[in-house]
Design a protein around this ligand. Structure first.
Ligand SMILES: [Zn+2]
Length: 397
């Protein structure tokens, strides 16, 4: 450091790290951008939107914002880069945000993709929906966040790398609502996105995912069907299955629900690819949700009633008991009976080292696509409806 001002900031940041007081942190973290201090403090205290904050930067013709408040935008279509967490180089991860604000007031729905960076069909779903919207005919708003975990998207990886203590890989969908003053970058980014982009601007949320790399899955939702407003949205998609389950703490959908914003996690099949046929089903369901909330007009499309959607309250992962090469004997959506053979596994010599059978009847909700499996790797997920749900520790979002 060569000047007094930088030294001063360093010392303050060091004190901040030692003390960790949220209020002081919120004030100091804004650094030289004094104009943002007020917004920072409001966001940190959960007081809601305090106006859209433009940083003054332009990237590829798009204005950069550090806070979004759609109430102060003109009706119409707006594309921004939202300034997320800062990298060690001093630059930031920017997130692509699109707002379609209707000419008339109404409900506000958030569409999110890219929480996991290897899940591509969700992004295309959002693009397709946004392209179909005409703000002049809308009552209310739709906010799309396309690439929430920018570094994970760049790497086509599920998790976010953090260099705070050597290389770490963090699943950001376990740390929501995040913490703007948290100890590592993905938690800070989650906090910024949650406090300044999503929470102040949404009445409802859909956080789109796919199966993880190495797995394939049906067109399904992870949804808390005991919540009537969540259930109403979930049933509007003409898809295969709904897995009625809480999931885990730290999921974006659960953080939104905790903030009073009904939300669910639609899952669009395989990771890494664009599954255009399956995307069409989720676009239709999303347009239904927007009609349900009165944001757009028009007749309802196909729903879960048309696709004979299967609501399951249990999911049982079949875990590999050996390392080896897995030959699957069942397909996605297959109905299986108790005792049915699901897969065999061979070692490098081709000798059969394990056979896997269904411990109970159900439907195949997800299956492995990578040919190898280590001990403990889920190779098949059976979903079922049961009076006594058996929750797995492993979920496929
Ligand atoms: Zn995911």
């Amino acid at each position: 450091m060569t000047n007094g001002r930088s030294d001063e900031i360093d010392r303050r940041d060091f004190m901040l790290a030692s003390v960790g007081a949220l209020g002081a942190a919120a004030t100091l973290m804004a650094g030289p951008a004094q104009a943002q201090d007020a917004t920072t403090q409001r966001a940190a205290s959960g007081a809601g939107a305090g106006g859209t904050v433009f940083t003054g930067d332009i990237i590829d013709g798009k204005q950069v914002i550090s806070a979004l408040d759609i109430s102060d935008l003109e009706p119409g279509r707006h594309n921004f880069y939202f300034r997320g967490a800062q990298m060690p180089t001093g630059q930031h991860w920017y997130v692509s945000v699109s707002v379609a604000k209707g000419a008339a007031p109404g409900k506000r729905v958030g569409l999110i993709s890219g929480v996991h960076g290897d899940e591509m069909s969700p992004m295309h779903t959002l693009q397709t929906v946004m392209n179909q919207l005409d703000p002049t005919a809308m009552s209310g708003s739709v906010v799309a966040v396309f690439d929430l975990s920018r570094p994970a998207v760049e790497a086509m990886s599920r998790r976010w790398h953090s260099s705070g203590r050597g290389i770490d890989l963090i699943d950001i969908n376990r740390v929501f609502p995040g913490n703007e003053n948290g100890p590592e970058i993905s938690t800070r980014h989650a906090g910024l996105v949650f406090n300044r982009l999503l929470k102040p601007n949404l009445d409802y949320g859909l956080d789109f995912h796919t199966a993880a790399t190495g797995m394939d899955a049906t067109a399904f939702h992870l949804a808390r069907m005991d919540l009537p407003e969540v259930r109403a949205m979930a049933e509007l998609f003409p898809i295969d299955q709904i897995f009625d389950n809480f999931g885990e703490n730290g999921l974006l959908a659960n953080a939104l629900i905790d903030a009073g914003i009904p939300a669910l996690t639609p899952e669009i099949g395989r990771p890494r690819i664009l599954d255009l046929a399956m995307i069409e089903l989720f676009v239709e369901g999303t347009m239904n949700v927007l009609k349900h909330h009165g944001i757009i007009a028009g007749p309802m499309g196909r729903t879960g009633a048309d696709s004979n959607i299967f609501v399951a309250d249990g999911m049982l992962p079949i875990l590999a008991t050996r390392g080896g090469f897995v030959e699957l004997l069942v397909e996605i959506n297959d109905v299986v009976t108790e005792g049915q053979k699901l897969a065999i596994q061979r070692n490098t010599f081709g000798e059969v080292v394990a056979e896997y059978t269904a411990p109970r009847a159900g439907e195949i909700g997800a299956r492995r696509t990578d040919a190898t499996a280590e001990e403990g790797t889920p190779i098949v997920f059976i979903i079922f409806d049961s009076a006594t749900p058996v929750g797995g520790d492993v979920i496929v979002e």
